[in-house]
Design a protein around this ligand. Sequence first.
Ligand SMILES: Nc1nc2c(c(=O)[nH]1)N[C@H]1C(S)=C(S)[C@@H](COP(=O)(O)OP(=O)(O)OC[C@H]3O[C@@H](n4cnc5c(=O)[nH]c(N)nc54)[C@H](O)[C@@H]3O)O[C@H]1N2
Ligand SMILES: Nc1nc2c(c(=O)[nH]1)N[C@H]1C(S)=C(S)[C@@H](COP(=O)(O)OP(=O)(O)OC[C@H]3O[C@@H](n4cnc5c(=O)[nH]c(N)nc54)[C@H](O)[C@@H]3O)O[C@H]1N2
Ligand SMILES: [Mo]
Length: 686
Amino acid sequence: MPTYVTACPRNCYSTCTMKVQVDNGRLRRIEAHPGNRATPEGPCLKGLSYVERVHSPERILHPLKRISGSGGFAQISWEEALETIAEKLRYFKSACGPQSVLYYSASGTKGLLNGVGANFWRLFGGYTATYGDLCWPAGLEATRLTLGENKHNAPWDLANAKLIIQWGRNAAETNIHQMLFINQALENGGKLIVIDPRRTQTAERAELLIQPRPGSDGALALALANLLIENDAIDHAFIERHVLGFPEFTARAREFSAEKAAQITDVPEKYIHRLAEYLGAIKPATINAGFGMQRYTNSGQALRAIIALLAITGNIGKPGAGWIFANLQSHIFDAVQDPIAFYPPETPDGVARVCISISKLGQDMLAAADPPLKMAWVERGNPIPQNPETPTVLRAFRALEFRVVVEQFMTDTAREADLILPAKTMFEQSDVIGAYWHPYIQLKQKALEPPGEVKPESEIYYLLAQRLGFSEAEIAAANIPAPGDEAVEAYLRKKLAPFPELTLEKLRQGPQIAPGHQEVAFSDLAFPTPSGKIELYSQEAARRWGVDALPDYFEPQESLRRESPQSQKYPLYFMTPNTKNRIHSQFNNLQMIRQVSPAPFVALHPEDARRRNIAEGEKVRIFNDRGELRLPARLDFGLKPGCAAVTNGWWISEGGAVNLLSHGRETDLGYGAAFHDNLVEVERVG
Ligand SMILES: Nc1nc2c(c(=O)[nH]1)N[C@H]1C(S)=C(S)[C@@H](COP(=O)(O)OP(=O)(O)OC[C@H]3O[C@@H](n4cnc5c(=O)[nH]c(N)nc54)[C@H](O)[C@@H]3O)O[C@H]1N2
Ligand SMILES: Nc1nc2c(c(=O)[nH]1)N[C@H]1C(S)=C(S)[C@@H](COP(=O)(O)OP(=O)(O)OC[C@H]3O[C@@H](n4cnc5c(=O)[nH]c(N)nc54)[C@H](O)[C@@H]3O)O[C@H]1N2
Ligand SMILES: [Mo]
């Protein structure tokens, strides 16, 4: 049986390398590939479920057109699909301008060929794009402002740490391969501390679980800094040489006594002292901050305060030490490091484009006036359940005149389309991908012909450009590859050309470490900030984002400590973390996954449930002014009282779409989405 080396392109830390066997046009076997030191155990259950996903009878295999008046769709030919779209595009462009078309793409798959979408829309003459990102920008920007660059030590270096803090990060579910290195560190005598309002699987081997009130981590970090400074448990020589703004930071930290932080965070004072003692005494220390804890309106500033703990204890640039957020050392092809780069007023070649906020997608779509939006093209994303404020996003999509969705499955967003185009899977077109945890560049290799009438997006764009009357020369100049594997390979070779050590031939054998990789990040103690030092005091933070130049703490927008109508009516923090057997809204439609994750539920602390007269398994209503969900309750002593948790990614059609309850608002830094800044109430139904 032919075997191909490939890599999983999901938006996931692990980005596993795998070997797949193909027989008679079907995936037969998926196995680990030993060449990736970060993922030697091979793919998770989701990865193994590709054998089902790729051949699923539910896959969309043909262009589909909405049957007007009914909820249904009818199969149409590519000829009709392309002609319909071309006609709409010509009409909207001439009647309202090209910016009346929204091009929305999200995190469904990684790859260099994703860039072809923007190439097409530029060729079209402009478009409306989104700025910001749903996933990680508050933390990216906090890191960039403080350390100058988003990178961290190689994943396997974590085995050298003596103290590991998983701060709002649930690696046992969202980065399961990291647990190998955590376990090695524990076997070497290291300690694990978890800071999370939920008692997660990651907390199982932790020495200490600290459960702060959601959104209060900034106060905890500042109090820890204050104790470290008071106890003189800091690295004076390191601070002297490499840290900017230590005296000002000291004054700020002094405002946060352990007693005050205990009040703000709901963490007993003695635990704050204990944590400070660990951080002062045990080296090397690594803090892993998850993306989950940076989805509040104050979390960019909170992350700056947390990084400062490593800076003042000299835990940067050494084996086993440092800050793990995002390792973009394999991002050699783009400029994702600077969230401002997500927000150019026009594309580099001068084509005017309007940008609307991805976090306020629904609001901004409805508000677009110059010109008003008429049409949307969605690919690689499921914005209806995944973006904040689902009811508004739905309303905004329904207000458009024409919607195209390129999808593999009938998602909530696909259901809203006028035209659905069948999307490829990772096995049906080759592409080159990086990662954001390990340092490998990989080839996601084609192993199957697309089934049915599926066409990769690059081919759809090519055909559409032809139909719009662009010449071969114009299409080629726009860098839109012609149909077929050869043109795709030529596109990839061109991208790889600046890196002679990376060739398609080499990548076909296995993962390749990115050129220039630093195994211990910042071991050269070079910090590409304006001052060349680690900036605890950042003028750039103040100038760009209007925040304090020092890390500070303020209450999130929806906090029970704020006097607001919301905090009066809705006394529970709504948490919507990720979960092991799904990547956001993908995978839960598969039998293999449904066996382990059959239906959504809401986790509640038994004390909160008792007060509301709710018993295990009973149906409850989770609600606020924006919407409601009806789900069975699961009582969980491990959850901090005062919280309600539902994992994100369920479809509306599955009854668990958590963003029915969230509000579209941006994080303090980086144009992220403050999903978790969200209060609700829960009551028994019936
Ligand atoms: N299996 C799986 N893996 C994934 C994904 C997936 O969907 N499934 N998604 C991938 C992507 S795109 C992302 S962004 C990452 C995200 O993965 P993680 O970085 O692990 O993020 P989350 O699961 O959102 O949140 C992590 C933890 O933060 C906690 N948390 C929430 N609010 C707070 C707070 O205020 N303070 C503290 N201290 N903790 C808090 C939550 O309870 C949760 O346990 O995972 C990636 N990996
Ligand atoms: N309340 C709340 N909401 C959240 C989060 C949260 O923590 N809480 N997390 C947020 C985060 S971190 C993220 S990253 C986002 C994720 O949200 P999205 O970026 O929208 O990602 P997915 O839900 O994975 O949906 C991706 C879609 O792309 C499709 N797809 C996969 N591969 C391809 C392809 O090659 N071509 C095309 N055309 N389609 C493809 C899949 O079938 C799937 O429907 O969700 C965010 N939403
Ligand atoms: Mo994400």
